[in-house]
Design a protein around this ligand. Sequence first.
Ligand code: ARG
Length: 461
Amino acid sequence: NEGALWGARFASGPSAELAALSRSTHFDWALALYDIAGSHAHAKALAAAGYLTADDEQRMHEGLDVLARGIQDGTLVARPDDEDVHGALEAALIAEVGPELGGKLRAGRSRNDQIATLVRMYLLDHSRTIARDILRLVDAVVAQAEAHPDAVMPGRTHLQHAQPILLAHHLQAHAWPLVRELERLRDWSARASVSPYGGGALAGSSLGLDPALVARELGLARPAENSLDGTSSRDVVAEFAFITAMIGVDLSRFAEDVILWNTREFGFVTLDDAYSTGSSIMPQKKNPDIAELARGKAGRLVGNLTGLLTSLKGLPIAYNRDLQEDKEPVFDSVRTLELVLPAFAGMIATMRFDTDRMAELAPQGFSLATDVADWLVRQGVPFRDAHEISGALVRACEQRGIGLEEASDDLLAQVSPRLTPEVRTVLTIEGSVASRSGVGGTAPVRVSEQRAELIERAQTA
Ligand code: ARG
């Protein structure tokens, strides 16, 4: 097998079972173009250190370019007995430029420093795609908030009517975590932008190659400070898996709201036909499958993080083959988010709100009871007493089957002499919402200021 990277000290080749277990080309081929980029950079380092003549280096780059084109157009693929992407590409290079030159490229590098570098390059690239997709979703949320600046809705805690809020406030509450994910990705990328290339198998290179040159060529900020750490730590991969899992959790919370809002009982939203699905048996059905898939796939993203952390636990320094298990989970997380985020953004952008229905429900469930208590506080009543009085009013209204705003002057006075008819000034949804004008509150003026800040933060992340 000319793709094998070792063999001389073995009396036999690998058994079929070992080869089957060991093979990783079905997933690490995703790194093929990064492997080529690494080889270009490594060829430069070898030439700079005097191991390749200018002519050799030139032929090496040309050969690697041929391989890259083959990878891009799908004509170069791994063969069944290639163990991994590195071996497959070395064999392809040798076939292209001959064994004399092709055999020189492996000097001073190991698959251990290669793979640790390539996985960072892959994740950095995809972190940019994911960030762009998150930004589009944030834009969709902001556009909906902007389109409904005054719409009110029941705010809930424990899913029970609590206090009225602006729809825009609620929507923006889903955008802020996404903005923090953008910031997390940015912070993470500074830590990820390190090149273990040149660390060799574990101990560094004896050939006088320049790891800083390789890092620069690969667009990474600097070489790894420690060859053992560089080749065997995967905290940067796990941190990426955490961020993707957290994005999944953010989306699943948002999805849960959409699913509830889309029920007949809530009736807050209608999903666009292009972003909902039907039933194979019930002709009338229109289902929120995008939201459900987003919610479901959060489990998968969390699982990828958990599996990865479990693989890493207890691994001794330095490289161990267990580390091959780092790639499939994060590749899956990347693929998952690159599917979910655009669909989710489309669903949000095209969702229609029934703001009349939301406004109708906003005052229900005695959601203005806190406003009554706050009004009493402004009249000089201690909050403890105000809470009692307002609670007694809720009870009295509930017994009579009426809303707070329907309580007669007599009933108010009967509950407490402090409840004068002026209390009705705070018994409107608009008044209640406008009164919550502290920083971060749901008053329209605060919510629109908040939106400007949200846009600013999203764009600078
Ligand atoms: N395919 C391996 C990985 O993904 C890299 C190869 C290192 N193999 C080795 N026997 N040292 O981590």
